[in-house]
Design a protein around this ligand. Sequence first.
Ligand SMILES: [Zn+2]
Length: 178
Amino acid sequence: MDGSRRSSKANAFFSGLGKKKKIVLFDTLVNNYSKDELVAVLAHEVGHYKKKHTLFSMIFSILQTALLLWLLSVFINNEWFSLALGGTEYSLALSLIAFTLLYSPLSLITGILMNIYSRKNEFEADNFARVTFSAEALASALKKLSSDSLSNLTPHPMYVFFYYSHPPLLQRLKALQA
Ligand SMILES: [Zn+2]
């Protein structure tokens, strides 16, 4: 993928299912990483596929969308929310405001659950690359990726718990040494 036009950050990801599946490597990655580092990144992405992370992430996001649409229909088809917000009768606008207010705490919770799942998957994919290729090459690629994206080396654990979809670099390096 031609990522260099937009940013100097390097990245790789898995996309598609079945016959359409592919691993996308940014040109910034291909140009600036050694062959071993690239193979390690590739092995990590293959790990996501082999451990069925891609499939389950897709299922979870479909379920999340279904939940959102169901809740939206409950709010739109019910006058309680309009009355609770001070309206005298059903109002679509008030229903939508109530939905937005009450959906944000719920999406915070689903976001936390998705992040916990995603961080677990990163460790599994790292381990797949360690077993099938090389811990050293992956560690070296992760360090480069981390410095390219100016990531925080020592984020607060609570911040990681709420918002990080990937474990912090030092934890991943430590897990690779185990
Ligand atoms: Zn990953």
